[in-house]
Design a protein around this ligand. Structure first.
Ligand SMILES: [Zn+2]
Length: 244
């Protein structure tokens, strides 16, 4: 278990560097870049934790290290929460998608289709393959139900909110609904309700301390991805606590 978690962490580390490369290219409007993050000033590759570039020593943004370490820790943690180890690839993809889309939404207020689409397709495919190897783990039907349910709820809210919620958030809900739904209905509920609790609380703090004004748009995607990871990691504990 520990060796497996270390291996998953190692994979998460490499993918984390890829997330830095991809989100950095997206932020600067450059063509998509995979595997190795690159310095925007001189084009050389970055150090292991992407703090600076190898040849020119140009400092990179501090978030790079946070992104890489977050994806490392979360991917390693998936070993402990997946219902079957056959599902590890699927949930590693899901984790990476959550980290990547959090970064792109914070950077550009966008959840790009060209990232969300492949993540949903590949994630769904790996979920199904994992389930075929161990059909006692999770439920693909409930995954479909979770995706449809969370998607529809967000779609309705987006119509009611008229621009307060982007359609990117609605499509993100389908991906999150699929992966939480595969685990349980409770996980879907925690991901959905949790995003509004975390989002509402954070917005209130930002308003009260005047970090953001009433008119500033706060991207909602990061609250959804955060609540989704909390749901995947701790839905059993939260359900047990809530039902007493
Ligand atoms: Zn450089």
């Amino acid at each position: 278990m520990l060796i497996l978690a270390a291996l998953a962490g190692l994979l998460g580390f490499g993918v984390g560097r890829s997330i830095v490369a991809l989100s950095d290219a997206h932020r600067h409007g450059r063509p998509d870049r995979w595997i190795t993050p690159m310095c925007g000033d001189c084009g050389s590759t970055l150090t292991l934790l992407a703090t600076r570039c190898r040849s020119g020593g140009h400092p990179q943004r501090g978030w790079n290290t946070v992104i890489i370490l977050a994806n490392t820790a979360l991917t390693a943690a998936m070993v402990a929460v997946v219902p079957s180890l056959w599902l590890l690839p699927a949930y590693a993809v899901f984790t990476a998608a959550m980290v990547l889309l959090t970064v792109t939404d914070l950077d550009t207020k966008l959840i790009p289709n060209r990232m969300l689409g492949p993540a949903t397709a590949l994630g769904g495919f790996l979920l199904l393959v994992g389930w075929l190897f161990d059909s006692s783990a999770g439920s693909p039907l409930r995954a479909l139900g979770g995706a449809a349910g969370y998607f529809s709820a967000m779609y309705l809210l987006a119509i009611i909110a008229r621009g307060g919620l982007g359609f990117g958030d609605v499509k993100l809900a389908a991906l999150i609904g699929m992966f939480t739904g595969f685990l349980s209905w409770e996980a879907v509920l925690i991901a959905g309700v949790g995003s509004f609790l975390i989002g509402g609380g954070t917005s209130l703090v930002l308003l009260v301390f005047r970090i953001r004004g009433r008119k500033d748009a706060i991207p909602f995607g990061p609250f959804m991805t955060l609540a989704a990871m909390i749901a995947v990691l701790w839905w059993e504990q939260i359900t047990a606590w809530y039902t007493g």
